[in-house]
Ligand binder design. Sequence first.
Ligand SMILES: [Fe+2]
Length: 188
Amino acid sequence: MNNQESFDVVELIEDIFERRGADSYLGEDVTMSQHMLQAAYHAEQAHAEDIVVAAALLHDIGHYTNEFPEDYLEQGTDNFHEEAGARVLRPWFPERLTDCVRYHVPAKRYLCAVRSNYYASLSEASKQSLELQGGPMNTQEVNSFKANPYLDDIVQVRIWDDLAKCPSTVTPDFAHYKPVLQKLVSLD
Ligand SMILES: [Fe+2]
């Protein structure tokens, strides 16, 4: 990938958290940075591996793909933030992380199909968006989703995503997670 050495993606992500973090998270009582930091915090509390903590932190970065340099984006950007997020991260981060980002919306459709009490646990906004996202998966979709080697991580990130909507949850700030991202970038 061009210009990778001269471009510090972690600095860009930090900048996005600082400048755009106060954006509202539509339909929820937390800001975007609170939401993403809370997802990472829940992952950390569950003793998840660093790569999965980082996936939780970055799962909604696809709302900010316009912040990434244009030459890293393919033509025809769509509105699917999960796919867009995975695409802009993939040049720097391992597939295990980007699959958690890419599939965090399908994971909601999956969990609605396979866990009877899951739908009731969703926020109202999340219940409403489910229909636009295709509703619960059918059997064929469930079976193909289960074939993903990172299924457990993807499901966990989704569950932390759902939990990360509480205005009273106190989390570390971005600086706490920055070294984790830096380590993952240098590993890939
Ligand atoms: Fe989210």
